[in-house]
Write a protein that binds this ligand. Structure first.
Ligand SMILES: C[S@@+](CC[C@H](N)C(=O)[O-])C[C@H]1O[C@@H](n2cnc3c(N)ncnc32)[C@H](O)[C@@H]1O
Length: 286
C-alpha cells in the first residue's frame, strides 16, 4: 500500500476566497480545509484515481468544500447531506462557482437525505466517492487535556472567552433525521459501515473511496479512527490502496495547546497533528 506524508497543504486563505461567510447562515461545525481538499484532488489526478469529467460521489457533503474543488476541476458531483441548512449553503456556493467561471461546469446534484439509505437510482456509476465523515461525538467524551477543561467551564456557564471554533464544536452538528454526528461508539461504527456500503454499491468497479479523518484522544488514549475506518470499510469490500498523512493539522490555538500539554507530560504518542487521507479501491471482477 502506498503511504506518504504531505506538508504545507492547509490554507485558510483559499477558504475565505472560495467560501466566504454567508451572514444568514451559521458556520458549519466541521469543514474540511480548502487547501487539503485541493491537494487531495490534485494528488488524485496525478495518481489517476479520477480525471476531469468524472462522476464523484460526496456523501456527508456538509456545505461542499470537496464538491467545490472537484467541480472546479471539471468533475460532476453527486452529494448527500441530511441537514437542509448545509445543503442550501452547498447550492449557494455551487452557484457562485458557476457565476465566477467562464465555461459551463458539469452538473451537481444534492440529495437531501441520509447516506445510509439508498441513493438516487438516476445517478450514474461513480468513478470515486470522496468525503469526510462525522466522528467527534463517537469519541469526544473524556479528553483530559485543557481543551476538555475549556468545555467544562463553558458548560458550567462560566463564560471563559473561547474561539468561535470551540463554540461551534460544542454546539455540534445541526439536527436532522439521520444525523450520524450525534452517534457514539458502536452505533457510529454501524452507521458509518452503511455509508461505506452505499458508497461501494454506487462506485464503478476499480473506482475509489477517499475518506478524511483525524485520530482523537479519549481518556488519555489515542483512538485510531483511521484503523477503525479501514477495518469497517474493508468489511464491506473496500481494499486499502493508499494512506496519506496531512501534517500540521493542529491549527487552532486549542489544538496546539492540547498537543503541547501532552508533550510536556512526556506523552508524544498522544499528540495529534495530522489528518488521515485513506484511499480504498473497489476491486475489479476481471
Ligand atoms: C465532517 S462534516 C463534512 C464537511 C464537508 N467535508 C465540508 O467541508 O463541507 C460531515 C457531514 O456529514 C453530515 N451527515 C451526518 N449524518 C449523515 C447521514 N446520515 N448522511 C449523510 N450525511 C450525514 C453532517 O451533517 C455533516 O455535514
Amino acid at each position: 500500500m502506498l503511504t506518504d506524508d504531505w506538508f504545507d497543504v492547509y490554507s485558510r486563505a483559499e477558504r475565505k476566497a472560495m467560501m466566504p461567510r454567508l451572514d444568514a447562515y451559521p458556520v458549519h461545525p466541521a469543514k474540511m480545509d480548502m487547501g487539503l481538499a485541493r491537494t487531495i484532488f490534485e494528488k488524485g489526478l496525478e495518481m489517476r484515481l479520477w480525471d476531469h469529467g468524472n462522476a464523484i460521489g460526496n456523501p456527508m457533503a456538509g456545505d461542499g468544500t470537496e464538491a467545490l474543488i472537484f467541480r472546479r476541476g471539471g468533475c460532476a458531483i453527486y452529494a448527500v447531506e441530511p441537514v437542509p441548512l448545509y445543503a442550501a449553503r452547498f447550492g449557494i456556493y455551487q452557484q457562485r462557482l458557476q457565476d465566477a467561471t467562464p465555461f459551463k461546469l458539469h452538473t451537481w446534484q444534492m440529495h437531501l437525505g441520509d447516506a445510509r439509505e439508498p441513493w438516487p437510482k438516476t445517478w450514474p456509476a461513480l468513478d470515486a466517492v470522496v468525503f469526510s465523515p462525522t466522528y467527534e461525538a463517537a469519541v469526544k467524551a473524556g479528553d483530559e487535556g485543557p481543551y476538555a477543561k475549556g468545555l467544562d467551564h463553558l458548560r458550567a456557564g462560566e463564560g471563559v472567552p473561547v474561539a468561535e471554533s470551540l463554540r461551534t464544536r460544542i454546539t455540534g452538528y445541526d439536527e436532522a433525521p439521520g444525523q450520524i454526528g450525534f452517534l457514539k461508539g458502536q452505533d457510529w461504527k454501524d452507521a458509518m459501515k452503511l455509508v461505506y456500503q452505499r458508497s461501494y454499491e454506487h462506485t464503478a468497479e476499480g473506482g475509489f473511496m477517499v475518506t478524511v479523518t483525524k485520530n482523537v484522544r479519549r481518556n488519555s488514549t489515542l483512538v485510531k479512527i483511521d484503523a477503525i475506518v479501514t477495518e469497517d470499510a474493508g468489511a464491506v469490500g473496500w481494499q486499502p490502496y493508499a494512506h496519506f498523512r496531512a501534517l500540521g493539522a493542529a491549527r487552532s490555538l486549542f489544538a496546539r495547546t492540547n498537543n503541547q500539554h501532552y508533550l510536556d507530560r512526556g506523552q508524544p504518542e498522544l499528540v495529534v497533528n495530522h489528518e488521515d487521507i485513506l484511499v480504498f479501491q473497489k476491486p475489479s471482477q476481471l
